[in-house]
Design a binder for this molecule. Structure first.
Ligand code: AMP
Length: 270
């Protein structure tokens, strides 16, 4: 695996005319990231992974400070997977050119995480745009775990680039909790609570599938989840999985959740 510390060096060494798959990450790699990397390796001649903790997508300084960092272990994982290239740029490399670093969301898109984490998706789109302005992979890979992010990135890339976006379904642990780099910050007891939340929501989802009017019970399930110690829901919403509108039926709905488990903010969708 070749490790590049700057995009300039990457561009000098790598021929982007080849079929290159790109997997952007913030590191602390787990099976969720690995599923994206494996898909890229299947679809593409060469796979490029980036590890960049993007400050502009953190709307709270402390969250950025606390974000897990495990570079040595990440490099081991990537080498074992036979990844071809790792890009590990620094903040200056990405943001020294101030051009096009500000990206606005459409009014309709200011929902769920966009509403509760102002500036977050603007930061995500800005970093993806910075990458894609400087090099053009043929394919790019994202996880459904961050469903709203995937939705916004697909829309943004379709409008601006000729790059095919692939997605992978959410990888979960044995307790059905969605894998997240932030899970390292939770203890077993916290994870158990996240697991209870998943099973409550899956029960709720099954009832909705049988009878869409069951969505009226959304407040009941919110109360139930909020009654777990140290758990606080930020939002729990049902939306159309294709356009994220509130116009859904029992064949196209998805449940979206963001909550705090102690002080750790987690998201999931079902
Ligand atoms: P992150 O490092 O959290 O920015 O995530 C990098 C990529 O991995 C994003 O496309 C995420 O959606 C994806 N990802 C994170 N967790 C999971 C998971 N549990 N299952 C599938 N993909 C995931």
């Amino acid at each position: 695996m070749i490790i590049f510390k700057s995009i300039n060096k990457l561009n000098k060494e790598v021929n982007f005319k080849a079929n290159i798959g790109f997997v952007p990450t913030m590191g602390s790699l787990h099976q969720g990231h690995i599923s994206l990397i494996k898909l890229s390796k299947k679809k593409c001649e060469k796979t490029l992974v980036s590890i960049f903790i993007n400050p502009s997508q953190f709307n709270k300084k402390n969250d950025l400070k606390k974000y897990p960092r495990n570079l040595k272990k990440d490099i081991k994982i990537l080498k074992k997977l036979n990844v071809d290239y790792l890009l590990k740029p620094n903040v200056n490399d990405i943001y020294k050119n101030k051009k096009n670093t500000k990206i606005k969301l459409e009014k309709n898109d200011k929902i769920m995480c966009a509403l509760h984490r102002p500036g977050h998706f603007e930061g995500v789109l800005a970093v993806i745009n910075q990458f894609l302005q400087k090099f053009k992979p043929k394919h790019i890979f994202f996880g459904e775990k961050d469903y709203q992010q995937l939705y916004l990135i697909k829309k943004f890339i379709k409008k601006n680039y000729k790059i095919k976006v692939f997605s992978c379904s959410t990888i979960r642990d044995k307790n059905n909790v969605a894998l997240s780099s932030r899970n390292i910050l939770l203890n077993r007891n916290d994870i158990n609570k996240s697991s209870i939340i998943v099973s409550e929501i899956l029960k709720f989802k099954n009832k909705i599938k049988k009878n869409i009017s069951f969505t009226k019970n959304l407040n009941n399930i919110k109360t139930k989840i909020n009654s777990l110690k140290n758990i606080k829901i930020e939002y729990l919403e049902i939306r159309n999985k294709y356009n994220l509108s509130k116009n859904y039926n029992k064949n196209n709905f998805k449940i979206f959740l963001a909550y705090y488990n102690k002080k750790i903010r987690l998201i999931d969708n079902y």
